[in-house]
Design a protein around this ligand. Structure first.
Ligand code: RIB
Length: 304
């Protein structure tokens, strides 16, 4: 039987968002505009994107045993996401992100990890039956690396396609052993530069970075480039798939929407370039709206 389930392993945050005219400089205090409390977290955003875009998804995460955590779990369930492996943890808060968003839609994000930092190898062992049923396992880097390394190994052995969104990129290089269990990676231009030491600035350097990441052991590499769309290498040729032109209100969770949408398309048996086209559409729509979960489109809003 074809395995269609997408298991997302990662973070769940409550986002505190303030609209500002410009992002504050070091030492600067600025007066912002309206304040919003939103559901977010790279992992939760990606799980919600999968669910809204028609994928079957289960989420593996930790929240605090607090109001934010309870709210997140109940809203994840309302999206149709299997939350049996989302654990409410005593003595630690749910992850929180502070996000100023400027008038060009750009943001900066500070995350207090809280319960996300407690996601453990034991949690992955508890989720093994789910991982064994999955066609795709999708993860990011807002939870402990040793836990993700274990999860990638389990998923790889179970025959799942392992997809890594390497955000936020850590201080140290990603271990080769981890990358050897990743089938598809989706860095943005900055993350691709950090991974390879190549300054990614034009198509030639993007292609060089893709090839360098492939040499690190990951077969499929997609470099996302914001409003320019995304790049991949197919049979040695650089393929560019442009983003749709839209008015940018807030870029928060655009990358997460892209990853969730991409995995849905791949789980339906579509090719990498068809998946990128679908993901570009979803991400382009998400930037026209404020917030993380609240900006993620539903399937019926996209072209087939
Ligand atoms: O990718 C956007 C997300 O990053 C936000 O929702 C925030 O919670 C941080 O995890």
């Amino acid at each position: 039987m074809e395995k269609r389930k997408i298991v997302v392993i990662g973070s769940c945050n409550t986002d505190m968002v303030i609209r500002v005219d410009h992002l504050p400089l070091p030492g600067e205090t600025i007066i912002g505009h309206d304040f919003m409390t939103n559901q977010g977290g790279k992992g939760a955003n990606q799980a919600v994107a999968v669910a809204r875009l028609g994928g079957q998804t289960a989420f593996v995460a930790r929240v605090g045993k607090d109001g934010f955590g309870e709210q997140s779990i109940s809203l994840l369930r309302a999206e149709g996401i299997d939350t049996n492996c989302v654990t409410a943890t005593e003595g630690v808060s749910t992850g929180v992100a502070l996000i100023p968003v400027d008038d060009k839609g750009e943001n900066s994000i500070i995350v207090a990890s809280g319960a996300n930092a407690r996601l453990s190898i034991e949690d992955i062992k508890a989720a093994e039956p789910l991982i064994k049923e999955a066609g795709i396992v999708l993860m990011q880097l807002e939870t402990p690396l040793e836990t993700l390394m274990y999860a990638a190994e389990v998923a790889c052995k179970a025959g799942a396609r392992v997809v890594l969104n390497p955000a936020p990129f850590p201080k140290d290089p990603l271990p080769g052993e981890f990358l050897s269990h990743i089938d598809l990676i989706t860095p943005n231009e900055t993350e691709a530069s950090r991974m390879t030491g190549i300054e990614v600035s034009d198509e030639e350097s993007i292609h060089q970075a893709i090839r360098a990441i492939q040499r690190l052991g990951v077969r499929d590499v997609i470099i996302t480039a914001g409003g320019k769309g995304a790049y991949t290498d197919i049979n040695g040729e650089l393929i560019h798939l442009a983003a749709c032109k839209t008015e940018v209100v807030d870029t928060t969770a655009a990358g997460d929407t892209f990853c969730g949408a991409l995995c849905v398309a791949l789980s339906e048996g579509r090719s990498l370039s068809e998946g990128i086209r679908f993901a570009n559409q979803a991400a382009s729509l998400s930037v026209t709206r404020m917030g993380a979960w609240r900006s993620i489109p539903k399937r019926e809003e996209l072209k087939p």
